[in-house]
Design a protein. Structure first.
Length: 318
């Protein structure tokens, strides 16, 4: 059993009209990547609830259920552990803060009845966070399913998949509709499963492949098609947008979810990362898509005058 992501994007990539992969530039970039540059994250930031393994595992699942669309203006930020956190780290901080305050966020029954007032109090901070109603609905739905089918325990979701990363992703997609991240392209369904795959990867990485992170087949996960990775690939010259798409992205004009341009960006992102993995494997035989993803994600955090905007799509997928 595979997730079908690579097979789908491999077939779709040659059909992209607005995005292309510069394979010569990709080879140049890969030639300069050293073993010391490639690593997996340990996720040992203060935003992670590291004191309790069960709570940390639950936090990772709860976080990934609503881990999307952090580009509000001004950006949403959370104050926690003596500093301000933005983006995905802000969401982790909000969950950690709530757990530390005794809010039973990992209790499915509580989560299913979470009020809008409680929800907004949990996510209190500064700046703008898109898709608040959708986030609340996702948490409520997650809680209801966990309460009814998993003994009210988020960690049973992990346990039920038998220590297999692909089975965990498939289980999240089948049991929790918000994880079912697919797009239609040229009459075919393209699965991406960004948040489901990231949940499996983060568990594996945060627990060092032990305990709740003892997941087989993480080497068969793909990179996580979001808005930061294509930004990094474009800055590196690996992804090339046509003039019209470049103008749309650079002017920060919204691209609708499911629009061909948005789907092509995601297809090209996953396939370019796979080509990078293949190019690096002869020198770095242990490299996986998880290494590529973190290397690109870290590169995407760099700022400077040459950094162009990421594409903006209002979506719960990423």
């Amino acid at each position: 059993m595979t997730l079908g992501v690579l097979e789908a994007v491999a077939e779709a990539a040659p059909r992209c009209q607005h995005v292309r992969i510069d394979e010569m530039r990709l080879a140049e970039v890969c030639a300069n990547i050293r073993l010391a540059d490639v690593r997996l994250p340990t996720w040992d930031f203060p935003t992670f609830y590291g004191a309790d393994p069960d709570a940390l595992a639950g936090q990772i699942l709860l976080f990934n259920a609503v881990n999307f669309c952090y580009w509000g203006d001004p950006p949403w930020e959370i104050e926690f552990a003596g500093q301000w956190w933005g983006g995905s780290m802000a969401m982790l901080a909000a969950i950690h803060r709530a757990l530390a305050d005794g809010i039973p966020l990992l209790d499915g029954a509580y989560l299913s009845r979470l009020s809008e007032k409680e929800f907004r109090q949990i996510l209190r901070g500064r700046g703008a966070l898109h898709l608040m109603p959708e986030r609340l609905a996702i948490w409520r739905g997650l809680g209801e399913t966990v309460a009814q089918r998993f003994g009210n325990s988020l960690t049973r979701v992990i346990f039920s998949t038998g220590g297999d990363a692909l089975a965990l992703v498939r289980g999240l997609v089948e049991d929790f509709p918000s994880f079912d991240d697919t797009r239609t392209f040229a009459g075919r369904t393209i699965p991406f499963y960004k948040r489901g795959q990231l949940a499996a990867a983060m568990l594996f990485e945060a627990f060092g492949g032990q305990g709740w992170g003892a997941l087989a087949r993480t080497d068969q996960l793909t990179v996580f098609a979001d808005y930061k990775l294509p930004q990094a690939l474009r800055r590196l010259g690996i992804l090339v947008y046509d003039a019209a798409l470049a103008a749309t992205v650079d002017s920060q004009t919204l691209i609708p979810a499911g629009d061909r341009r948005e789907v092509e960006i995601r297809i090209a992102t996953v396939w370019a990362a796979e080509l990078m993995r293949r190019a690096l494997t002869p020198r770095l035989p242990e490299i996986t898509a998880l290494h590529i993803d973190y290397w690109l994600w870290f590169a995407g955090r760099e700022q400077g005058p040459e950094v162009r905007p990421y594409h903006r799509t209002l979506t719960t997928a990423y």
